[in-house]
Design a protein around this ligand. Structure first.
Ligand code: 5GP
Length: 177
């Protein structure tokens, strides 16, 4: 099982909120506007960047993705935990602007397992799969320099346990500054 299944469980068990990102990619079958993403055209997304209504953004696999200010700041102001599911470039930007953020990389056990998962999802074109694998490879190599913790997603239940342990222990067992 993939990253989003882990995050759903972690969010439920810690009573955290999920930051619904904006993206220019098309919705996948079953995805819901406002729950999975806020789907924007590229000009709409660029307007959000210009008006500084995104806290970070990055291009991934040919599409733009960004964290909406309105998703995160009210939750933080209310003293709630908020979980962002973002790639490395965005993680670096969040690390710089929110030094208290805990950065956790969920690592697929191998690229071939990731490839099987992407194919199993059955909703991604072959060219996208190849592009995503190559980006994932590069993200995995860079992860130790960016993230505070790395959780190997070999078995979903143990990955959830390790993720929850990190959130409970907070900053005590970081692998990088
Ligand atoms: P997907 O298209 O599979 O939903 O997401 C592709 C990648 O974009 C994932 O690695 C996901 O973590 C990342 N992503 C999703 N939302 C955001 C965001 O708001 N900002 C950044 N930087 N990356 C995001």
């Amino acid at each position: 099982m993939g990253k989003s299944s882990i995050l759903s469980r972690v969010i439920a068990e810690t009573n955290s909120e999920f930051s619904v990102s904006a993206t220019t990619r098309d919705p996948r079958p079953g995805e819901v506007e406002g729950r999975d993403y806020v789907y924007l055209s590229r000009p709409e997304f660029e307007d959000r960047i210009a008006s500084e209504s995104v806290l970070e953004w990055a291009e991934y696999g040919g599409n733009l993705y960004g964290t909406l200010r309105e998703q995160v700041l009210p939750a933080l102001d209310a003293g709630r935990n908020i979980i962002l599911d973002i790639e490395n470039e965005g993680a670096k930007q969040i690390k710089a602007s929110f030094p208290e953020a805990v950065l956790i990389f969920i690592r697929p056990p191998s690229l071939s397992v990731l490839e099987d998962r992407l194919r199993g999802r059955g909703d991604t074109h072959e060219a996208d799969i190849q592009r995503r694998l190559s980006v994932a490879d590069q993200q995995m190599r860079e992860a130790p320099l960016v993230y505070h913790h790395i959780v190997l997603n070999d078995d979903m239940e143990s990955a959830i346990d390790r993720f929850l342990d990190i959130l409970t222990a907070r900053t005590t067992d970081r692998v990088s500054a």
